[in-house]
Structure formats: structure tokens, C-alpha cells
Design a protein around this ligand. Structure first.
Ligand code: 6PG
Length: 485
């Protein structure tokens, strides 16, 4: 084992683009960075191409890598989530000493993180599952970081992470989220919200394109305008960029040559699965995940295309709708649906936090998501204010500011969902978010009937509005009611 002359404050294992950009970010911020990759080529490439950006200590074995770190050692793993992560964690833990900190910066499933934290802490080391958002660009220039794990490890790790995180109004986009899997849980929900956010933008684009008949370049301009208002966000900004791009080969708008099947690596799906277990209706995120799945159902789509009855379809002109007014309606429908997705995401985070006793503060999330991450948006400031005013807010939608906003959005939202339906254009998140909204504010829900049906076929009982207790009607007998508790 070779011992370098000076030791590194932080190490990065896994030097694919995210890992190598993160290492460069640490180095550019004045830290000495130990780097290791399973295959030497990536390590050599990083040093050859970016070695001059700061102080790197390259190693070619895990043992040398660990020996090049100052104590307590801090090593961030940036490898593919899953089995590869377990293998690297074990190698590191074998070479490290009690008190050292292993940080998993990948998109790990939070239940894996809970398990790993238990195993690693039993060996006297610290394990921190940290969500890191911002893609390749963020990793290099300032991501939003969501570290979980023991609060104690944040004392040693926090200042390092704060030095490389994005800053908004001087505040770094990183804070300790909560114990064990809390960091990866909130990163998962962040990604779920990202799915919904991307889908609502997609639905707005689709309507402007196929209901209003606008060209991608024109729509890009609309998104640029929207980006100067309430919708100001990273995702709206990049949407304008994508829509303005012209394909060099065909001269067509790039959007028109991209296959319309959306990929997914799994974090959106995890968000929905976790929400199902927690009993939280994240309908916007769910529809966004399903929309991606449907887009990839190639054979079914081919069989159904031009083959299923549409009923009578209308057009914007046929409905006498003014294009300019429609564009504004779509903007409002997008904003309203986005509010629902965030409200649902925050509901899931609260439920997850309660379930695992993480004590996650929603204000922290809204604060550190203002910069660096994929869902960064101006309106997150409003979410911070909402929870500042009332930390126990039943739903973000009930915050006085958002309630006021919804008042100005809801008519447009309804018109857009009706029109899209009449034109035969799919708007799964716009429509389901409106249904969620109407369900939430409804005086009565058909759940009463469902209780009646459950009692009929399974004696599952129901409660009454006018009396305490559980009741069952003798459906196959004389239909009198009996109290069952
Ligand atoms: C981020 C992103 C990042 C990644 C997603 C993409 O916060 O930086 O969310 O984690 O781009 O994993 O996910 P899909 O491939 O599932 O769209």
C-alpha cells in the first residue's frame, strides 16, 4: 500500500460522468480529492483531461484510495444503483476504520439505504445515503444535495457538501434531511415530481401543437415567455431549448425526429410504489409514470393507431376558441396541475417521514430545491413561505397564497380539460389532477357507495354519519341493520 504525501479531504469512487464531475467540483472548490474507478482508464482520463483543475490523488486499488484519505475518511460512491453499490460499499468498509463515512450519491432505493445504514453502522462506520440532483451539469457546477444518515456525520460532511452545492441567495442547496434513508426517499419523490412536471409541460406542448396548430419554434417562444412568470423553472427553460432545436440532417424541428417513447430508470415508479404503500394519492406522478409506460407500448399503439373509434371530435376553431386565449388557458392548466403534483409529493414526504420517524422539515426541501436540481423553480420560494406560515399545512393547496392562485387558474384548467377531451387529445396529468382537486374539495364522495357495496358482498361494515360505531346490513336476510363493534 502506498501512502501519498498529503491526504485528501474527500474521495470519489466511480468516475463515470456524474462521479468525475463531482470530483472536479470538489477540486475546483479547493479540496484535495481522492479518486478511484474499477477500470483504470476512467481515472487516467480524468487526470489527463482535468488534472489541472485542482488537487487529485488517483488510486488504482481500493486500499490505496482509502489510505489517501484524511480521517475521518469521507468517500462518495457514484456507481450504478443496485448490486454494484453493495460490492463497493463492502470493499470500502473492509478497508476503512470506525468513524469513517461512506456516502452513496447514486439514486439508490431508500429501503436499500435503510438496510445498508444498519449494516454499516453495526461495523462502527457511518453510512450516508445522499440524493444528488442536477444531472451532469449540476454535479460539476453546483447540485442540490439531499444527505440522510446520522446527523453526526453531517458535522464533518456538511461543510464539504455546502462548498460544492448550488447557492440561492447565498444559501447552499444542501442540508441534513434526516436519518438513514431520508435523503434517498426525498430524492426519489423529487424525481417523481420531476416526472409529473415534465409530463405537464409535455401535455401543454402537445395541446399548443395539435390543438392550436403551432410550430415547435413558435411554441418555444411561448415557453420562453412563460419562463419569465410564475412558471419560471429549469424544466420550462430547457423545453424552449429543445423545441427550438433544428435537426441538422433533415432540417426539421428536432422534436419531430425524436421517437415518442419515453425512457425511465425507475425513480418515478418507486415514488408511486412507495405512495401506494403509504396510502398517499400521488395521482399526478402516477399518471406521468403510466404515460411513459404507455408511450413505450409500441405494439399496442401500432394496433390501436387510426383503428379505435374516436366519437365526434371537435377543433379549436369548431369550438369557437380564440388561439391566444387558449394559450393562456393552457399556461394556467399547466400551473394548476403542477401545484397538485407538488402538493401530492409533499404529502408523500410527510407520510414517509412519519412512517420512519425521520422528522423531515418540508421547508428544508423547498429551500434546497430552489437551485441545482432538475425541478428548481421560482415558485419553491412560495412553498417555503407556505410552510413557514403553517408548518402543519394539511395540503399545500390550502395555503392562502396557493388557494388564491388556484382561484385564478381553475376556470382555465376546466376549459382546457374539456377542450382536450373534445379534441381527442390525451392530457392524463391535467385531467387527473383536476379530478383530484375536485375530489379533495367535494362535499360527498362515492366512497359511501363503495362502503355499501363492500358491506353487501363481504360484510365489511360501514360507519354512519349520525352515530358512532360499525354497522352491517343483513343484505341476504331481512335487511335490518346490526351494530358490529
Ligand atoms: C436529477 C435527475 C437524475 C436523472 C434521473 C432521470 O435529479 O438529477 O432526476 O436523477 O436524470 O434519474 O430519470 P429517468 O431516466 O427515470 O427519467
Amino acid at each position: 500500500m502506498t501512502q501519498p504525501d498529503s491526504l485528501a479531504q474527500i474521495g470519489v469512487v466511480g468516475l463515470a460522468v456524474m462521479g468525475s464531475n463531482l470530483a472536479r467540483n470538489f477540486a475546483r472548490n479547493g479540496h484535495t480529492v481522492a479518486v478511484y474507478n474499477r477500470s483504470a482508464g476512467k481515472t487516467d482520463a480524468l487526470i489527463a483531461e482535468h488534472g489541472s483543475e485542482g488537487r487529485f490523488i488517483p488510486s488504482y486499488t481500493i486500499e490505496d484510495f482509502v489510505a489517501s484519505l484524511e480521517k475521518p475518511r469521507r468517500a462518495i460512491i457514484m456507481v450504478q444503483a443496485g448490486a454494484a453499490t453493495d460490492a463497493v460499499i463492502n470493499q470500502l468498509a473492509d478497508a476503512m476504520d470506525p468513524g469513517d463515512i461512506i456516502i452513496d450519491g447514486g439514486n439508490a432505493l431508500y429501503t436499500d439505504t435503510i438496510r445498508r445504514e444498519k449494516e454499516i453502522s453495526a461495523r462502527g462506520l457511518h453510512f450516508v445515503g445522499a440524493g444528488i440532483s442536477g444531472g451532469e451539469e449540476g454535479a460539476l457546477n453546483g447540485p442540490s444535495i439531499m444527505p440522510g444518515g446520522p446527523a453526526e456525520s453531517y458535522k464533518s460532511l456538511g461543510p464539504l457538501l455546502e462548498s460544492i452545492a448550488a447557492k440561492v441567495d447565498g444559501t447552499p442547496c444542501v442540508t441534513h434531511i434526516g436519518p438513514d434513508g431520508a435523503g434517498h426517499f426525498v430524492k426519489m419523490v423529487h424525481n417523481g415530481i420531476e416526472y409529473a412536471d415534465m409530463q405537464v409541460i409535455g401535455e401543454a406542448y402537445h395541446l399548443l401543437r395539435y390543438a392550436a396548430g403551432m410550430e415547435p419554434a413558435e411554441i418555444a417562444e411561448v415557453f420562453r415567455e412563460w419562463n419569465a412568470g410564475d412558471l419560471d423553472s429549469y424544466l420550462i427553460g430547457i423545453t424552449a431549448e429543445v423545441l427550438s432545436q433544428v435537426d441538422a440532417e433533415t432540417g426539421k424541428p428536432l422534436i419531430d425526429v425524436i421517437v415518442d417513447e419515453a425512457g425511465q430508470k425507475g425513480t418515478g415508479r418507486w415514488t408511486v410504489k412507495a405512495a401506494l404503500d403509504l396510502g398517499i394519492p400521488v395521482t399526478g406522478i402516477g399518471e406521468a409514470v403510466f404515460a411513459r409506460a404507455l408511450s413505450g407500448a409500441t405494439a399496442q399503439r401500432a394496433a390501436a393507431r387510426d383503428n379505435l373509434p374516436t366519437g365526434t371530435l371537435s377543433t379549436l376553431a369548431g369550438r369557437g376558441v380564440d388561439r391566444e386565449a387558449f394559450v393562456e388557458d393552457v399556461r394556467r392548466a399547466l400551473f394548476a396541475s403542477k401545484l397538485v403534483a407538488y402538493a401530492q409529493g409533499f404529502d408523500e414526504i410527510r407520510a414517509g417521514s412519519d412512517e420512519h420517524n425521520w422528522n423531515v422539515d418540508p421547508r428544508d426541501l423547498a429551500t434546497i430545491w430552489r437551485g441545482g436540481c432538475i425541478i428548481r423553480a421560482k415558485f419553491l420560494n412560495r412553498i417555503v413561505e407556505a410552510y413557514n406560515e403553517n408548518p402543519d399545512l394539511e395540503s399545500l393547496l390550502l395555503d392562502p397564497y396557493f388557494k388564491g392562485e388556484l382561484g385564478t387558474l381553475v376556470d382555465s384548467w376546466r376549459r382546457v380539460v374539456v377542450l382536450a377531451t373534445e379534441l381527442g387529445l390525451p392530457v392524463p396529468v391535467f385531467a387527473s389532477s383536476l379530478s383530484y382537486y375536485d375530489s379533495l374539495r367535494a362535499e360527498r364522495l362515492p366512497a359511501a357507495l363503495i362502503q355499501g357495496q363492500r358491506d353487501f358482498f363481504g360484510a365489511h361494515t360501514y360507519r354512519r354519519l349520525d352515530r358512532e360505531g360499525s354497522f352491517h346490513t343483513l343484505w341476504s336476510g331481512d335487511r335490518t341493520e346490526v351494530r358490529t363493534d
